[in-house]
Design a protein around this ligand. Structure first.
Ligand SMILES: [Zn+2]
Length: 143
């Protein structure tokens, strides 16, 4: 595994990074709360997701009843189907009161989820790469 902050290689299951000293959240930490349920579990994406892009997808597509597409971008098909089914009922049951609210809900949730799924990738996010490159060769040395 690699440090999610400085990108240096660490032994599997390390709790702290021996190089930058930051505490590393175990994968089980990320899976707590609502995501601990098997059906709602977050899948690690193949590449870093853009939180603002995810929020924009959820916000804008929700106006045409397709707010869940942001979850497809995030690679979380379980969340796509869950929210898609829920909103089919939410619109009529709330007399379309949900219509102006869901863009905000999808936007905020998909923004937050993008950050959550990015933490599941064992590669440091872009902002951190600059630090690692200037502070040492940790990130660049990686195969
Ligand atoms: Zn580190």
């Amino acid at each position: 595994m690699y440090c999610t902050y400085c990108g240096r290689e660490l032994h599997e299951g390390a709790e702290f990074c021996g190089y930058c000293g930051k505490r590393l959240a175990a994968e089980s930490d990320k899976a707590r709360g609502i995501y601990s349920h098997e059906f709602l579990r977050l899948r690690a994406p193949k590449e870093i997701k853009n939180p603002k892009g995810a929020a924009a997808l959820g916000f804008f597509f929700s106006w045409i009843f397709l707010g869940p597409v942001g979850y497809i971008y995030l690679g979380q098909w379980n969340w796509f189907w869950l929210t898609f089914i829920i909103q089919i009922f939410a619109y009529p049951l709330t007399a379309f009161f949900a219509y102006p609210l869901l863009p905000i809900v999808y936007g905020i949730h998909q923004y937050q989820m993008a950050r959550d799924v990015n933490e599941l990738i064992s590669v440091p996010p872009k902002e951190e790469n600059a630090d690692a490159a200037s502070g040492g060769s940790g990130f660049l040395d990686r195969p």
